[in-house]
Design a protein around this ligand. Structure first.
Ligand code: ADP
Ligand code: MG
Length: 397
């Protein structure tokens, strides 16, 4: 699956269409104008953008933002993202309110070497998500070279991530894409043992394939979060009003049997009447009918922490509880610290998933992790061993 990279192309004077992942959270300033709330993903794309500009390419940036549903939505314009990028790279970043078309084509053709333009949200066009060939061709019309640096959307076969690559002469990986693949290949294909995988979050159904794959490669698979209640329910335990998925009980049961001793479930829980800040939590081993499990308990933290500290490879996706509420955040914070401590001790660690990465930031441990992935769905798909269309579509090395 080796693909060309930026090292294999000479971008000087060329129009370089770069698919970045600028799907960032926005908020509003006091005067009501939109601004970037968290620029982690923009910063992650800088190495590729800087290199193309330094090498004299004309950088034409494309991305999606949110879910506009295939039509323009002013609240999901990338304009403010372009302004933000400009302050980060200290260069003028032009913005085009059209994504494709003749006008954009003329602007792009007139660009100077080493200059940069950001085009409007690709999902303002219905052809993006349907991977429409005409839209893919219109994007390709703006490019001499196509670079995919959007790991976070590499699991989607959309026009700007996959279709476009078929219409250009050369399609290569960006720096972020390379870095992600290097780190993730290491944990998936040649991990140093013992390997500990930690999976949590809201739903088993999102992560079935990943659980199955990791239960084979990992020495220990530690389950937390709401997904643990689907497993516990499947094993006939009382889970009270905890969130679980009725239609996944059979699958959970067979996964549990298949995984054998590898799979660990929490044996104590922080429970309460509701997932709210003003309820009184308690720690229990068995959950009563009227309570819901909202975090892993102290004994589980202890067991999980020790297994993590012994690991040479750690991969973590999915919070251990409702970490957005302080009194249910302890399990997730403890796991974040354990993964960071293991990394300090020489383990190779990967953390990914939108909520997991926020939880990691909340714990203050982000800088102590070997690789913080920008992928959620793409990370799970990769770990599952399934192909990523955004990478498959690139030119073979
Ligand atoms: P990621 O984005 O890292 O992949 P998910 O989206 O799968 O993670 O899950 C994160 C969500 O799971 C969080 O909003 C968290 O509140 C929720 N969650 C975790 N544990 C529980 C639980 N016991 N009950 C309900 N929700 C939970
Ligand atoms: Mg999430």
């Amino acid at each position: 699956m080796r693909k060309l990279t930026l090292d294999d192309v000479d971008v000087r004077g060329e129009r370089v269409l770069i698919r970045v992942d600028f799907n960032v959270p926005l908020d509003t300033t006091e005067d009501g104008s939109p601004r970037v709330e968290d620029d982690t993903r923009i910063r992650a794309a800088l190495p590729t953008i800087r290199q193309v500009l330094d090498d004299g390419g004309k950088a034409v940036l494309i991305s999606h933002l949110g879910r506009p549903g295939g039509q323009p939505d002013p609240d999901l314009s990338l304009a403010c993202v372009g302004d933000h990028l400009g302050t980060l790279i200290e260069e003028r970043v032009r913005f085009s309110s059209n994504t494709v078309g003749e006008t954009v084509g003329e602007i792009v053709n007139g660009m100077g070497d080493g200059s940069v333009i950001l085009l409007e949200n690709t999902r303002f066009d219905a052809g993006e998500k349907s991977n429409d060939d005409t839209f893919a061709q219109a994007l390709a019309d703006l490019a001499d070279v196509y670079v995919n640096d959007a790991f976070g959307t590499a699991h989607r076969a959309h026009a700007s991530t996959a279709g476009v690559a078929e219409h250009v002469d050369v399609a290569v990986m960006g720096r972020l894409m390379e870095k992600e693949l290097e780190a993730l290949t290491r944990v998936r294909d040649h991990p140093e043992h013992p390997t500990v995988a930690i999976l949590g979050g809201s739903k088993v159904s999102d992560k079935l394939g990943t659980i199955e794959a990791l239960s084979e490669t990992a020495d220990h698979l530690l389950i937390g979060g709401a997904m643990s209640y689907t497993f516990l329910k499947a094993l006939g335990r009382e889970v009270g009003t905890s969130r679980f998925e009725t239609d996944r009980l059979d699958t959970a049961e067979s996964l549990y049997e298949q995984a054998g001793d590898t799979l660990h479930l929490p044996d104590d829980h922080v429970v309460a009447e509701a997932a709210e800040a003003d309820v009184e939590p308690s720690v229990v081993n068995s959950i009563s009918e009227d309570k819901m499990g909202l975090d892993i308990g102290p004994d589980t933290i202890d067991t999980y922490r020790n297994l993590i500290l012994d690991a040479s490879t750690v991969v973590w996706n999915g919070p251990m509880g409702v970490f957005e509420i302080d009194q249910f955040a302890e399990g997730t914070m403890a796991i974040a610290n354990a993964v960071a401590d293991a990394t300090d001790g020489g383990a190779f660690s990967v953390v990914g998933g939108g909520d997991s990465v926020s939880a990691l930031a909340q714990s203050g441990c982000t800088d102590r992790i070997s690789h913080v992935s920008t992928g959620g769905g793409a990370l799970l798909t990769f770990l599952e061993g399934a192909p990523l269309p955004g990478i498959e579509a690139l030119t073979d090395a």
